[in-house]
Write a protein that binds this ligand. Structure first.
Ligand code: SF4
Ligand code: SF4
Ligand code: SF4
Length: 303
């Protein structure tokens, strides 16, 4: 058992026993050795269910939305990407800061659960880092109330060291001809099941009522067709434009392995070039580039 895991259990137990929080959200071991799904603990006696291992992948921030109309105070463990998800929800006025207690973890990077399932438990040590961690620029939490460990592990250094490859996939797609690009994206999104797992897991997808749940809006249908799938993909990408925290959760949960992050990162790259470097979820005081208007904004498309 890792000492960090011991610290997590101890702090969760203390916070619940002293009634400083009424719920703790962390990760537990479920059915599979290669997954550590979220756990929601309200009884101090259950704190031994908490785990910290290389498969604590889920960004826990999104789950706060399930409790946003309640009154309980909730403690949450936050890696770098989880903490940026918290800032996303705070900046979008979805949660109140005083209702959450953030326990930060300096993240050494998490492993790819799908690759782990294929490799098998005997080859656990060979499981690679999750794609999102390869280019992670902020493995340490950007907001927290307490931090459980000071030093980053070797995995985090590895993740940060390769951050320059962040837009490699985007550049590869940009180099394609328009026909090749169309074939690439239709090949990907023709497989889309419209299961909405990418939307449901995303901390930036936090509208009270999503346009894709409003069949009567007239904007979109339920049909799985090329045009409807593309409308879904583009609409969701534009709704998270400038707000996406690059947690990679949408792509991780997609059952069809659609390269959703390539779309998100294309928009991030374009926004950086048009409006200056910006990373979402880092600073509450800096509004997302598409969340503000400046008379000097580039408007070449209007000429
Ligand atoms: S994206 Fe960064 S903070 Fe998130 S799990 Fe990977 S290394 Fe950790
Ligand atoms: S669009 Fe994907 S990477 Fe961006 S915040 Fe949502 S889940 Fe995370
Ligand atoms: S998770 Fe994948 S299959 Fe499901 S709606 Fe999103 S892109 Fe489509």
């Amino acid at each position: 058992m890792s000492s960090l895991q011991e610290q997590m259990r101890t702090r969760a137990r203390e916070l619940l026993s002293q009634n400083k929080v009424q719920m703790v959200i962390g990760w537990e071991k479920g059915t599979f050795w290669y997954l550590s799904p979220p756990v929601f603990i309200t009884d101090p006696e259950d704190c031994n269910r908490l785990v910290w291992d290389e498969f604590c992948t889920n960004n826990l921030a999104k789950y706060l939305l399930d409790y946003k109309l309640g009154e309980e105070k909730i403690a949450l463990f936050v890696k770098g990407c989880d903490s940026r998800g918290i800032n996303r929800l705070l900046q979008d006025n979805q949660i109140q800061r005083e209702r959450v207690y953030l326990i930060g973890i300096n993240c050494p990077g998490v492993k790819d659960g799908r690759r782990a399932a294929v490799l098998g438990e005997a080859r656990r040590a060979e499981v690679p880092l999750a794609e999102k961690c390869l280019y992670c620029t902020h493995p340490e939490p950007v907001v927290y109330d307490e931090l459980l460990q000071e030093d980053r592990g070797a995995g985090a250094r590895e993740a940060a060291a390769t951050a320059e490859g962040r837009f490699a996939m985007v550049e590869k797609i940009e180099a394609m001809t328009p026909d090749e690009r169309y074939a690439f994206w239709t090949g990907a999104y023709d497989r889309c099941l419209r299961c909405y797992a990418c939307r449901n897991i995303c901390p930036a997808c936090n509208c009270r009522e999503c346009i894709f749940d409003r069949a009567q809006s007239g904007w979109c249908g339920k049909q799985m067709s090329r045009s409807e799938n593309q409308f879904f993909a583009i609409t969701r990408a534009m709704h998270v434009a400038g707000r996406c925290i690059e947690c990679g959760e949408c792509e991780r949960v997609c059952p069809e392995g659609i390269p959703i992050m390539a779309l998100n990162k294309k928009i991030i790259k374009d926004l950086n070039e048009l409006f200056g470097e910006y990373e979402a979820g880092l600073d509450l005081e800096v509004r997302p580039p598409l969340g503000q208007y400046n008379l000097n904004d580039p408007d070449e498309f209007n000429r």
